[in-house]
Every structure is written in structure tokens, then in C-alpha cells.
Ligand binder design. Structure first.
Ligand code: PLP
Length: 391
């Protein structure tokens, strides 16, 4: 088709054609690509649990006992006691009445939002919400408005103007944003949802396991569990496994089991994956030092970069260094790769035009020494003065 040729040609010309790069292996803060070892600053395995011996052990035991597949969707014969144990565990962990597992975070957001909302409803969504939230909104058929990132005043003005024209209303935000590493003003959003008679859904994909006394996320840390109606999160990031969940009322769980198409029409997660998720919840509980160390390192890294005059965003384990210009961000990332750091340039269309950046995703396995060396090497890259100009 002509459209495909044109698309590929245009992306290639603008140096925006994305290609896959197979990693030979990764873990413990390193990644091997094309036979070379790099320090990995691109992983969502923030706590380094994906290669933890306990997760590997329970996963192989489940594999031996139950085989490689769950063989059917949950509503047919793919349901298992392991699924129910994990759901009970998640409900308790998140302080909610019930939980339901989805096969991925993408499927969870698309499946929850499209089941909950319809034509007569309205959704207010943060402008930087993940693509899976946007796709869920589009699929739902509801009217939606995107408020400026983290801006509760803008949200309120949209609520004032539009809320009364619709039947049900849902506010959606991430708690820690994946590309900016910053935090949503959840308390203010909760006040607005109460004043304007809305429900609120929060995606804790990048917060679960990292924030909160028990590692439950930002909602736990800010003591907002009872005021947030729908909490979504994933197993594929800090929990080092795969899949996702919603924690909510039992009534909503029953409704989603009967209506959420991404839940109904997909083979259940393999038992070995569910066993790993259960084990990782144990580790989150028993090894809080992982998240504490990680956040201390992130604070140090962010503080030092600022001291050297760079513009960095956020307040979490995700540290974006703003470069703005796409080509320069790419050059800096390539130079850092040549020095042994696997750090990726994030460019449009993933972020807005003029917002290109290097996204450093920190892991528990990194050390302060590594970060010191990295900062030193960042300062030596050829285009780095452009990043300094951003501030
Ligand atoms: C905020 C957010 N929600 C949902 C997802 C999707 O999760 P998964 O990778 O499990 O599909 C992601 C993935 O990057 C994410 O960043």
C-alpha cells in the first residue's frame, strides 16, 4: 500500500523510524545488546525483582506443576486458584474490597474504561496519560476532555463548563507519570471529584512497589485509598513480573468480569507468571530497603544534575533530563551508549514536539558510584550544552 511506503519514507527521512533492538539478556541493572554489556537505564524493573532467585524459583515450580499455559480465558476454563489468591492479595495490598487481574496494563486500561463509560458519559483525563488510557476513552464512545498536565485549576474549569451536560463522569490520572516522573496532585483531584459528583480512576503503574509505607503506591502514601474509586496497576514494572490489575469495590469487579472485553476474550495469564507476581508482593512487603535505597539514589541523581545546571523533571525513580531538540537528544543517547550506558532518547510522538529528553530509569541495582560516573560522562557529551540551555 502507498500509505505504508510514504509513512516509512517520511519517518526514515526525519530519523524517527523506530526499530526493534533485541536484548540478549538483562537483569541486575545490566543489559546485553549486540554482544555488548551496558548499564541499564531503560528498564521498568525498578527494584530488580525480575531476576530475583525467589521469583525464578516459584515461577519454575509453577511451570513444572501446571505447565506453560492457562489454556483458556478465565470465564471458560482458564481460571485457577492462583488467580484468586493473587486477587485477594492485591485487594489487601491496595486496601480495597476486591481486585481483578488483567493480562497487561494496556488491556486493563482499555478494558476498564471502555466497560465503564459510554456515549452519555464524560471523561476528564490528564494530557500526559498513557496511550492505553487514551485508547480506552476512544473505545468507550464517551466524550472526553484532556486537562493540562497536573493542572487542577484547568480540570476545575472543564468540570464547571461540561460536567452538567453528561450522566456519569470519570476523572483519570496516573499517580507517577511514565515520561516525566512527576506526581499528580491527587488530593486536589479528590476534592474536585467530590464537588462535581465524579468517580476517579488512578493508574499506579509506576508507583506500585515504590511509594507508600507498604509499597502500595502514592495513594497509600497520601492516605487516599477510600476516596479513590478505581486503582489500576501493573505487575510488569517494579513487581518484576507481568500482567495488571484493578482494585475496587466487589460490585465493580463483578461488573467488569461480565462486561470488560479485554478481560473476557483473552487467555488467562500463565500460572508461572501469577506465581511470580505473588512472590514479588511478598518481597515488596519484606524488603522495603529496596524502594528506600532506590528513591535515595534518584534524589541524589536529580540533585546533582540540577547542580550541574541541567533541567530535570519529576520526583521519582524516573529522571528525565530535558534536551528539547530530538536530534540532539539522540546524539547524546548514542554517545552515552558508546560509553556503556543504555539510556534512550524519548522523542515525539511519544512526547510533545520540542520536549525531547533522555529518560533515566533508575534501578535498585545501580550504585552511587555508577551514578557519579554517569554524571561525569553526561557532562562530557558533545551536545550537552543544549541540555544546559534548557534550564
Ligand atoms: C502508566 C502506564 N499504564 C499502563 C501501561 C501498560 O502496562 P503494560 O506494559 O503492562 O501493558 C504502562 C506501560 O508502560 C504505563 O506506563
Amino acid at each position: 500500500m502507498e500509505r505504508i511506503d510514504e509513512f516509512l519514507e517520511e519517518r526514515k527521512e526525519n530519523n524517527l523510524l523506530r526499530v526493534l533492538k533485541p536484548a540478549y539478556s538483562r537483569g541486575d541493572g545490566s543489559i546485553y545488546v549486540n554482544g555488548k554489556k551496558y548499564i541499564d537505564f531503560s528498564s521498568n524493573d525498578y527494584l530488580g525483582l525480575s531476576t530475583h532467585p525467589k521469583l525464578k524459583k516459584v515461577s519454575s515450580e509453577a511451570l513444572q506443576e501446571f505447565g506453560t499455559s492457562s489454556c483458556a480465558s478465565r470465564l471458560l476454563s482458564g481460571d485457577s486458584e492462583l488467580c484468586h489468591s493473587l486477587e485477594e492479595r492485591i485487594a489487601k495490598f491496595k486496601g480495597k474490597e476486591a481486585a481483578l487481574i488483567f493480562n497487561s496494563g494496556y488491556q486493563a486500561n482499555v478494558g476498564i474504561i471502555s466497560a465503564l463509560c459510554e456515549k452519555r458519559d464524560v471523561i476528564f483525563s490528564d494530557k500526559l496519560n498513557h496511550a492505553s488510557i487514551i485508547d480506552g476513552m476512544i473505545l468507550s464512545g464517551a466524550r472526553f476532555f484532556r486537562f493540562q498536565h497536573g493542572n487542577f485549576c484547568h480540570l476545575e474549569s472543564l468540570l464547571k463548563k461540561h460536567r452538567h451536560n453528561f450522566r456519569n463522569s470519570l476523572i483519570i490520572t496516573e499517580s507517577i507519570f511514565s515520561m516525566d516522573g512527576d506526581r499528580a496532585p491527587l488530593k486536589e483531584f479528590v476534592e474536585l471529584k467530590e464537588s462535581y459528583n465524579c468517580k476517579i480512576m488512578v493508574d499506579e503503574a509506576h508507583a506500585t512497589g515504590i511509594f507508600g509505607q507498604k509499597g502500595g503506591g502514592v495513594i497509600e502514601e497520601e492516605n487516599l485509598t477510600s476516596q479513590i474509586d478505581i486503582i489500576m496497576g501493573t505487575f510488569g514494572k517494579a513487581l518484576g513480573s507481568f500482567g495488571a490489575y484493578v482494585a475496587s469495590s466487589l460490585q465493580l469487579k463483578k461488573y467488569l468480569i461480565n462486561t470488560s472485553r479485554s478481560f473476557i476474550y483473552s487467555t488467562a495469564l500463565p500460572p508461572a507468571v501469577i506465581a511470580a507476581s505473588l512472590a514479588s508482593l511478598d518481597l515488596i512487603e519484606k524488603e522495603p530497603y529496596r524502594r528506600k535505597t532506590l528513591l535515595e539514589m534518584a534524589d541524589y541523581f536529580r540533585r546533582e544534575l540540577k547542580r550541574y545546571g541541567f533541567m530535570v523533571k519529576g520526583s521519582s525513580q524516573i529522571v528525565p533530563l530535558m534536551v528539547k531538540d530530538s536530534q540532539k537528544a539522540l546524539t547524546i543517547s548514542q554517545e552515552l551508549q558508546s560509553k556503556g550506558y543504555w539510556v534512550l532518547a524519548i522523542r515525539p510522538p511519544t512526547v510533545a514536539s520540542g520536549e525531547a529528553r533522555l529518560r533515566f530509569s533508575l534501578m535498585y541495582n545501580h550504585t552511587k558510584n555508577t551514578l557519579e560516573r554517569l554524571i561525569n560522562d553526561i557532562c562530557k557529551t558533545s551536545c550537552i550544552r543544549y541540555a544546559r540551555k534548557c534550564s
